[in-house]
Ligand binder design. Structure first.
Ligand code: ADP
Length: 551
């Protein structure tokens, strides 16, 4: 027997329509790309202009299922194009400008994008890739005619693109499983893989992301997504804010400490989200100028493990609650968040900090488990590590055009209905997960696993260390042993001895790196994470002193 409730497909156009009817005058403030000045609009205006985008797309023969790409920062116009394309059933494909131009071109061709909307700051990239692109029919610069850059590329200004279009357009009315968004993983090996979100997966994910113990935003919040819309849907914030009527602050192209601080204070931001490197920039600026955030209440930090110094600075120095988040593009992206449980509140502050350093627990709609190499369940004792696998309505079951269900780490995408994340983790008796490594980065020493992330996190706290990375290096006796690579702070010259001394007592003795090497810069990938593949390549011919001794 079926229920007798109405059929109301979960499509994302309803989110902006809801904001338009429930919070029409709630503000969306953007730091303009052209001049860095603040520009103000409302959900009602965004909704009207998004429909103009739909009409302009239809006029250019864009139909349901066609891919429409953006190469852009977080701005009001990006939001309009986002809803304008999704609302009519086209697929909004966010491109990551931090990738190499050749990679972007490969991705556009693979996705068969028909139109690219781009910010003028990325004109040089678009000019470079345009001759390689096979399916793109139109380039639209997110600006007006007066600010259109000089270019040999045939392009149209966004304001001209939508000018004269009606602010009424047909939206939705299709199956909630219709494709909605496309985002390629920034895989460090093999070709990038497209994750194809559906309307239903995006709506359910946004609702999960805004549960009280996840982002927990409401109409009184002022939300600033610093995490870009091209980085896994801005962690759902472009859906969450209009859903709950929060004011949105779009930071545009300027993400340095001072610019972020100006927006936090000027717009009275209460909730924001970004990867750790952004926060290191902000915290440095605050310290240098002896400033404090005065309105900020919560900050979500994820994408890579949170450094303890960042966690303590927010929570202890500024009284801002940190929400440590783990996830991945294939999970829409939120997998876990680190909000504390009643048991933690019974513990002292140091124990709570320790718990918050972990990646956290799953919200409703995510299931997770850890298994060994044979797929056997591992205990939830906080000690045993295993491969982390997940499932849920917002988890990928295949990649775009790629039935070969392997992820970029070469692991099976769908293992008994579970997605293998490629991460290695523990789960403690309270259900709190902690990432100990990427499956491919874990160091296998004498049959035991050493977590590179644990050592990195601790080494980051040593005097004069700007960044730290640990890789496994071949060893004749132990198979692999850890090598610690340090990027010193400008002007600092920490010694190998001092760093090893600092690690003493903080990690198991047999985890102690066999050597420490210093580099000017640790290579980073397109989403700001350490590129271990490049680092391993850099140290390909390196031999550990302990290996030479053992030979
Ligand atoms: P995203 O787009 O969110 O960065 P990616 O798919 O590029 O997602 O990368 C996901 C991977 O990033 C995860 O599998 C995990 O290894 C790492 N990661 C994400 N968040 C965290 C975190 N809080 N702590 C440690 N690692 C993390």
């Amino acid at each position: 027997m079926l229920g007798l409730m109405q059929n109301w497909p979960l499509t994302v156009d309803r989110i902006l329509d809801h904001a338009n009817s429930a919070f029409p005058n709630r503000e969306v403030a953007t730091r303009a790309i052209e001049d860095g000045q603040l520009k103000r609009t409302t959900y009602a205006q965004i909704a009207a202009r998004a429909r103009q985008v739909t009409n302009a797309l239809r006029e250019r023969s864009i139909a349901m299922g066609d891919r429409v790409a953006t190469l852009a920062w977080n701005t009001d116009r990006h939001l309009e194009a986002w809803y304008g394309a999704m609302g009519m059933g086209a697929v909004l494909h966010t491109l990551n400008p931090r990738l190499f131009p050749e990679q972007i071109a490969w991705i556009v061709n693979h996705a068969e994008d028909k139109i690219i909307f781009f910010d003028v700051t990325f004109t040089a990239i678009v000019e470079k890739i345009a001759p390689l692109l096979k399916t793109v029919q139109l380039y639209v610069a997110f600006t007006d005619r007066a600010n259109l850059p000089q270019s040999s590329l045939p392009m149209i200004a966004y304001e001209d693109f939508i000018a004269g279009q009606s602010t009424e357009a047909r939206w939705g009315g299709f199956d909630e499983n219709t494709a909605c968004g496309l985002c390629y993983t920034s895989g460090t090996t093999g070709d990038p893989k497209g994750v194809l979100y559906s309307h239903r997966s995006n709506v359910l994910h946004a609702m999960a992301a805004n549960q009280t113990d996840v982002f927990g935003c409401g109409a009184r919040d002022v939300v600033m997504p610093i995490v870009p819309m091209f980085h896994a849907n801005a962690w759902a914030i472009a859906f969450v804010a209009p859903m709950c009527g929060a004011k949105l602050v779009m930071p545009g192209a300027k993400l340095d400490g001072q610019s972020v601080y100006e927006l936090l204070e000027g717009e009275k931001v209460t909730f924001t989200a970004a990867v750790p490197t952004v926060w290191q920039g902000l915290l440095g600026f605050l310290r240098e100028h002896n400033l404090k955030p005065t309105t900020l209440k919560r900050v979500a930090i994820g994408g890579s493990a949170i450094p303890e110094t960042v966690l303590r600075a927010f929570e202890e120095d500024y009284g801002v609650e940190v929400i440590h988040a783990w996830g991945m593009t294939e999970m829409s992206p939120i997998g876990t968040t680190g909000k504390l449980l009643p048991d933690h509140y019974a513990q002292d502050h140091e124990a709570q900090i320790k718990a918050k350093m972990k990646q956290g627990r799953v919200p409703f709609t995510v299931e997770m488990k850890i298994v060994d190499d044979e797929g056997k369940l591992m205990p939830h004792d906080g000690k045993a590590f295993g491969r982390l696998q997940v499932r849920g309505p917002s988890v990928a079951r295949a990649y775009f055009k790629n039935a070969g269900a392997k992820n970029e780490r070469g692991e099976c995408l769908e293992t008994c209905g579970f997605f293998d994340t490629g991460d290695v983790a523990t789960i403690d008796p309270l259900g709190i997960m902690q990432i100990t490594d990427r499956a491919k980065d874990v160091i296998k020493s004498g049959g035991e696993w050493i977590s590179s992330i644990d050592i990195e996190n601790i080494a980051m706290g040593a005097e004069g260390v700007a960044n730290a990375a640990v890789i496994g290096v071949a060893h004749p006796k132990w198979d692999e042993r850890p090598l610690l690579v340090i990027q010193p702070k400008p002007g600092a010259s920490p010694s190998k001895e001092a760093i090893l001394k600092f690690l003493e007592g903080k990690i198991a003795k047999w985890w102690t790196p066999d050597d420490v090497q210093f580099v000017d810069a640790i290579p980073l990938g397109a989403t700001g994470k350490i590129n271990k593949l490049a680092l391993r390549e850099q140290f390909r011919d390196y031999k550990l002193p302990s290996a030479q001794a053992a030979e």
